[in-house]
Design a protein. Structure first.
Length: 236
């Protein structure tokens, strides 16, 4: 199988959250949001090591108040991110150990990811070379013009909401990022850059609860999930 490493992205500012503290460091039930996410990957048996990518002003906090405090021994490096998500992933790729064969990329503000989803995406990637978590669209999706006029109603049965984790062979993902850099190609997720290479990307059933914490309303949902779920247990 080869070594599996996880890149946990925690370099965003979270402007839509509206506060002065980065959303990944917001304390929920006494623990930073990022700690909940890291716990899922630290406890997963197929993940051998973890790299956290974060902002310059938060590197010490991540190391001392999260990684060391909660004894996340699988975290081997805290890496300085870039201006955009794409830049941060690339910095994380550069920091991977030479023996890493598979890369799991996950948003640090998706703390509700389950071990089952991580396993499903990993197993599919190991069999096919790449895989991403996603869920089928429930709503009707319309393409709209700049003037807010409907241009087209898209067939819902072909549409999926993409999540993380996304898993790729290291050599494929590195090549995708190198070619994107050379051609000034930008994308909002890793799979888009891999697709640009012409490499097939396979969708794996994710989880509708695998929420990306973006707004204050998302925090309310997360707190309720903590109250009713088993997410606290992994940090005890």
């Amino acid at each position: 199988m080869g070594k599996v490493s996880a890149l946990i992205l925690s370099a965003g500012q979270g402007k839509r959250m509206g506060g002065r503290v980065s959303k990944q460091l917001l304390e929920i039930e006494g623990r930073p949001l990022l700690a909940y996410t890291l716990a899922k990957f630290h406890e997963h048996p197929l993940i051998e090591d973890i790299i956290v990518v974060t902002r310059a002003e938060e590197m010490s906090y991540c190391q001392e108040e999260i990684i060391e405090k909660y004894n996340f021994t699988k975290v081997k490096k805290v890496v300085l991110g870039g201006k955009e998500r794409q830049d941060s992933v690339y910095q994380g790729l550069l920091a991977l150990a030479p023996e890493t064969k598979w890369v799991v990329v996950h948003d640090g503000v998706r703390p509700l990811v389950t071990s089952e989803v991580i396993t499903r995406v990993l197993n599919t990637a190991l069999a096919k070379g790449s895989a991403i978590a996603a869920v089928p669209a429930k709503d009707t999706i319309k393409m709209v013009s700049d003037e807010q006029m409907v241009l087209k109603t898209l067939p819902r049965q072909t549409l999926w909401h993409v999540q993380t984790p996304q898993v790729f062979k290291k050599e494929i993902l590195v090549r995708a990022y190198e070619e994107a850099s050379a051609s000034s190609l930008t994308a909002t997720d890793d799979a888009s850059l891999v697709e640009h290479l012409g490499v097939p990307v396979f969708v794996v059933q994710g989880d509708y609860n695998n929420l990306k914490i973006t707004t204050p309303e998302d925090l309310i949902i997360f707190r309720e999930m903590l109250r009713t779920g088993d997410h606290k247990r992994e940090l005890n």
